[in-house]
Design a binder for this molecule. Sequence first.
Ligand code: PEP
Length: 249
Amino acid sequence: MRKIMIAGNWKMNKTIAESIELVKGIKESGKVQVLVAPVFTALSAVCEARGDRKICVAAQNMHYEESGAFTGEISPLMVKDTGAKHVILGHSERRHIFKEDDALIKEKVLSAIAHGLKVILCIGEQLEEREAEKTNEVLDVQLTEGLKGITPDQMEDVIIAYEPVWAIGTGKVATPEQAQEAHAFCRRKIAELFGEDVAEKVRILYGGSLKPDNADGLLSQKDIDGGLIGGASLKADSFNAIIDAAERL
Ligand code: PEP
């Protein structure tokens, strides 16, 4: 019932020409929703280069205001201007390197939705938090605070990405059981916040060293509805192989 999404977060990689080349090599799928998130400067070019193919395009971040004195920032209107219809918010690199907190992320989520953008909200615990058995506590706070003010109806425009910080870009992947447990917790929390119907419909992606060789085990879990992929999304072959794995489910 929930359509699988395979999303590529290209992070701060690829020039415009390289981004165009990469999106041209990515397959579209009738079964799986495919999404790519290039750097801001390549958003328009990637939207154009995908042509009529069913590939969604996302920004990797945005400011919540429409315009103003925010040097270096991009507003929801500007994201929409490029043709992108999605935005990734609260990525762990934004939280930990750029010190974004839940209160700021919540403003961004509210603004993106008010402007008609679909949000991929990233959440996830750090290694010390997992070791201290605080994973559920962290996810609880990030979901409750990051989605504050969102109505159950607006949750149609929200996708969650559970990304354990210790697994991002490290090659250390969560086991399918660890990931499933965290996803099931997130779905229960969403049911508590927005009701069972919303929780059944909301997609929860897994992110953290997802690769072609571990995709089957992770994507086949009951509460895992796709993946947010960094490293393996930078080459069309490996990204397409993950799309293939999702199509086989
Ligand atoms: C990410 O950037 O969201 C991510 C999951 O990266 P990687 O797949 O490289 O761990």
